[in-house]
Design a protein around this ligand. Structure first.
Ligand code: ARG
Length: 595
């Protein structure tokens, strides 16, 4: 067991005699936190203040009371009361050493599997495939992938599902474009590129028409596009055949991007998969009296806090009989419940869809999915340095692959410069350099996104994401390679060392500080899945790397005073490297042995 859960379990027992209500005890346990300053110990329990208020006793007295009941001698030194009633806790070195020794031999680095695994469906990436992927798709894709990996590692049953937009209006755009503006030659050469061109062309015509005076007796292109979509949905043979022809090419395109991003899914059940389940959803809503007709459309109305009906409903069937995004999402929830009966469904989707999910979740509750946790894991926008959404100079959205290529190109320059500067001359072949550049470039891009608090917007910057210093993938990958280089230099057989039974010593404060952080890995993972924030993990890794470098500056490793100390420190290095590698792996980022 790791530090925080161990502390909590001891406090749980101690508080049991003081508080009756179990929920209240659990709430109090959240007040056990890491100390901001090592002066005050490693952890701090701030439970005595609120408890004092409740019991009408001075908090310091309550703190003393808690300590009396606390059975913690094997884990911590005698707790100290500070200030108004903080309980300062310093973990015993023996306990740390014991945990570290166990972690050395454990593939999971001492991270326990959760006691009560839950089933999560993680709905992420979900591009609309008839148009090229762009910068906006990075966030959902990498955040969702990281959450899936972390949940799985913790022992949950996480099911990644790519709810691809393979059935929407954008297909109307390319159907219309195909029928009117196709360049056959270009289509034969590269279908995806030609379809993308058609998509953009039709989109532009539609947008331009909106700014022009409407010609009364001419049908708008938008209406024609909608008609193509409607025909597809109604089973029109030609449109259906074309859709079946387009889809594989579109899928190859996104799969290539996923390959480069090293992102996978357990399922990719796109919107089209639910096509024949939509009518039943609307039927059910009508039958249960949850939807009604309004202006010819079928709508679900919601109540606000005052119990009054909100003006804007959720439309599940339009006047013309067409089903909508919301209808598909309701059918999807139903299918997921029938197939996997998950405890939670996480939607990793842009914050601008907040209203859609608010309505969707409310409708799902009305349909009886009350015990299902439905979570909109929303995120902000990727910006340029002028603070506007990230676009090219000419105002177009930037294709995702162009971004990947550029990040890799710049990473290549850094790798080459570092290698050229090596004292013994360059070590890497051109092929190896290219491989490393791919790992460093893509890693940088992903980490830059994952290290943000997901709800904020962030500014896209190649220079920042590839910086060798600071909270970047490049820094973490460099730290990893640096730690690993010690084993090569010292000719260390790491595997043998792990089973050799060397005793770890934590005499130096920098050793102890590093050890504390290594053992905090599982705490960081728990935090990352608690409210679905991978940046909890990047912050942790950054702190770990920093503590490692402080340790390295202050403590000789290969030249340690005794052989035992040398081995002990090498074990700390090994644990650091493995934790960094595992942590990055859970973020979907690879490491290299040399860079
Ligand atoms: N395809 C949608 C879009 O690009 C995102 C889908 C998100 N997932 C969902 N179940 N609604 O906006």
């Amino acid at each position: 067991m790791n530090i925080l859960p161990a502390l909590k379990s001891r406090f749980r027992s101690a508080l049991a005699g003081l508080l009756e209500d179990r929920a209240e005890i659990e709430k109090s346990l959240d007040l056990i936190r890491r100390s901001q300053d090592a002066k005050f110990g490693d952890y701090q329990a701030n439970v005595a203040m609120p408890l004092g208020k409740k019991l009408g006793k001075p908090p310091r007295e309550v703190a003393a009371n808690i300590i009396e009941r606390l059975d913690i001698a094997d884990l911590c030194q005698t707790p100290e009361i500070a200030g108004p009633g903080f309980i300062n806790l310093r973990v015993k070195d023996e306990w740390l050493v014991e945990r570290l020794t166990a972690a050395v031999r454990d593939d999971r680095l001492g991270v326990p599997q959760v006691e009560k695994p839950r089933t999560y469906v993680v709905d992420y990436s979900a591009p609309n495939v008839a148009k090229p992927m762009h910068v906006g798709h990075i966030r959902s894709t990498v955040i969702g992938d990281a959450l899936c990996r972390t949940l799985k590692f913790l022992g949950h049953n996480a099911i990644g599902d790519n709810h691809i937009g393979d059935w929407g209006t954008q297909f109307g755009m390319i159907l219309y474009g195909y029928k009117n503006f196709l360049d056959r030659e270009a289509y034969r050469e590269n279908p995806v590129e030609e379809l993308a061109r058609l998509y953009k062309l039709v989109r532009k015509i539609v947008d331009d028409e909106k700014t022009q005076a409407v010609v009364a007796d001419r049908e708008s292109t938008e209406a024609k596009v909608l008609r193509e979509t409607a025909k597809l949905h109604a089973g029109d043979a030609e449109n259906r055949r074309l859709w079946e022809e387009f889809l594989p090419a579109c899928e190859d395109e996104i799969n290539r991007v996923y390959g480069r991003l090293n992102v996978t899914f357990d399922h990719a059940l796109g919107e089209s998969f639910y096509e024949d389940r939509l009518a039943a959803v609307v039927e059910e809503l009508l039958k249960k009296g949850l939807a009604r007709e309004s202006d010819g459309a079928i709508c679900v109305f919601f109540k606000d806090e005052k119990g009054e009906e909100e003006k804007v409903p959720m439309i599940v069937r339009k006047q013309d009989g067409a089903f909508l995004y919301a209808t598909t999402d309701l059918a999807t929830i139903r299918y997921r419940m029938e197939t996997w009966s998950p405890d939670a469904i996480l939607y990793v989707v842009d914050h601008r869809q907040g209203m859609h999910f608010k309505h969707l979740f409310a409708a799902a509750r009305m349909l009886g999915y009350e015990n299902l946790e439905l979570e909109h894991v929303s995120f902000g926008t990727v910006l340029s340095d002028d603070g506007k959404p990230f676009k090219t100079r000419s105002g177009e959205t930037v294709g995702l692959e162009i971004l990947l290529d550029e990040a890799v190109r710049r990473a290549g320059e850094i790798v080459a410069a570092n290698d050229d500067a090596k004292s013994g001359g360059p070590e890497l072949s051109p092929e190896r350099r290219a491989e490393i550049a791919e790992i460093v470039g893509i890693g940088a891009l992903k980490y830059a996104d994952l290290s943000q608090n997901r709800t904020s917007d962030y500014v896209f910057s190649y220079d920042k994401m590839l910086a060798m210093n600071g909270n970047t993938a490049t820094y973490m990958q460099y730290a990893y390679a640096r730690v690993r280089s010690i084993f090569a230099k010292g000719n260390t057989d790491v595997e043998a060392m792990r089973v050799s039974g060397v005793k770890i010593s934590l005499a130096h404060p920098a050793e102890r500080a590093l050890a504390m952080e290594i053992l905090r890995f599982s705490e960081a993972l728990e935090l990352a899945v608690f409210d679905y924030r991978p940046n909890q993990l990047t912050s942790y890794l950054f702190e770990l790397a920093n503590r490692y470098f402080t340790f390295y500056e202050n403590c000789h490793v290969l030249n340690a005073e005794t052989d035992e100390l040398r081995q002990s420190r090498l074990l700390l290095c090994d644990l650091t490297a493995r934790t960094i590698r595992k942590g990055l792996e859970l973020l979907g980022i690879r490491v290299v042995e040399k860079m």
